[in-house]
Ligand binder design. Structure first.
Ligand SMILES: [Zn+2]
Ligand SMILES: [Zn+2]
Length: 261
């Protein structure tokens, strides 16, 4: 019964975005010449399956372990004061702190040679679509989850609206990778659009657009980049292995393989 329920969740997680975003990718393509069955699709499919069958559960266990240790270590007085605030204020704090931590953490992933070894896996995608969002080294994914959940971990902000926020953030992360170019109109300063994130995947590692949900932090810190067209190409400047297992092992190698392809 448990297996059946897991398979239903998996089918839902695959076919809903494949249908909705797949239709948007056909109607409003950012790269009209990109075929549906583009190169490295099987690799990204393995990332998707790996997330659902293995890495997501391990990441959640690691987060609960971190939470338990912080609960015992951090002073309860601060958490009691945070919890005493009105819910709307706690929600605003959670959104702002979480988005700021994600922005700073992501910027560090691009500037620290050690963190970049893991984050480069995500940037190795040479074609963007909704499935490419899942290309993420598990340790890079855990790092991002820690950044996203920092307000919860440190301040003890735990209430239902956060679940909705995190679900929306996860869905939006898939949308901004899709091969779609749609103007968000005035909302573009509040919500990061695919065009911004496509430029984040441009071959220049320090191009900008590090924010996940809202580009406000990029605007504030001067890393907002929105040229009026799509980047000519996305991916890495350096050679990178193409297979799933090789990519997972790559960050641990002392140097890049002699012939990664
Ligand atoms: Zn990045
Ligand atoms: Zn991305």
């Amino acid at each position: 019964m448990q297996v059946w329920s897991e398979l239903q969740t998996l089918a839902f997680a695959f076919f809903v975005p494949a249908t909705v975003l797949g239709l948007l990718e056909r109607a409003y393509p950012a790269q009209p010449d990109q075929p549906l069955l583009r190169p490295q699709l099987p690799t990204d499919l393995l990332y998707f399956l790996g997330q659902y069958f293995l890495w997501r559960a391990l990441s959640l266990s690691a987060l609960s372990e971190i939470q338990l240790r912080l609960d015992a270590w951090l002073p309860s007085l601060l958490r009691a004061r945070v919890a005493a605030q009105p819910l709307w204020l706690q929600l605003c704090e959670a959104v702002l702190i979480s988005d700021l931590c994600t922005y700073l953490g992501h910027r560090l992933q691009h500037h620290s040679a050690f963190l970049w070894r893991f984050h480069a896996v995500h940037h190795s995608a040479e074609h963007l679509d909704w499935l490419a969002a899942y290309r993420e080294h598990p340790l890079d994914g855990l790092y991002t989850q820690i950044m996203v959940n920092l307000p919860v971990l440190l301040l003890g902000l735990r209430f239902e609206p956060l679940i909705a926020l995190y679900t929306f953030r996860g869905l939006w992360a898939i949308f901004i990778h899709s091969n779609v170019r749609i103007s968000l109109g005035p909302l573009r300063v509040l919500l990061g659009s695919p065009e911004l994130h496509h430029w984040h995947h441009a071959r220049d590692r320090f191009h900008g657009n590090y924010a996940n949900l809202s580009p406000l932090w990029d605007l504030l810190f001067g890393t907002y980049r929105c040229p009026p067209k799509e980047p000519d190409s996305v991916g890495l400047c350096e050679p990178f292995p193409r297979g799933y297992v090789k990519q997972l092992v790559w960050p641990f190698l002392p140097r890049g393989p002699v012939d990664p392809r």
